[in-house]
Design a protein around this ligand. Sequence first.
Ligand SMILES: [Zn+2]
Length: 161
Amino acid sequence: MTKPLWAPWRLEYVQQADETPGCVFCAEAAGELAEEDSLLVWRGEAALVVLNKFPYSSGHLMAAPVRHVGSLVDLTEAEALEIHRLSIAAITALDAVYGPDGFNLGWNLGRAAGAGITDHAHLHVVPRWSGDTNFMPVLADVKVLPEHLLATRDRLRDAWR
Ligand SMILES: [Zn+2]
């Protein structure tokens, strides 16, 4: 029997499908969101890091180019480099704040691959804990309070370097 590929961020589509008018990455990049709505953790030159609103687990981050571009193929060298640098900084910050047991990093390109936002490419950085492999934590986290997300955002902002 083949083992199914583990991909928690596939749930993103179900949860965000009727939720997002416009592009959340572009809104964050432009600083258009109010402080209490923004889940921006870090904004760099060509890329930014945003906390996932519907996390698989606490501290589920997404690194994306500042530019609205849907395909990995269309990223510039500078964008690709900064996204990877920021994903490393995200791991460092998550380690400092939450000390997870591991991480999953992944790109979902296209709806069929589980992408919730198909026209603005983003790299998921998902902290993992031993024993969190069933889907109960997903359902629990969906009901997470906005205050909780903002507290997570602030903790990660403080830990960022
Ligand atoms: Zn966008």
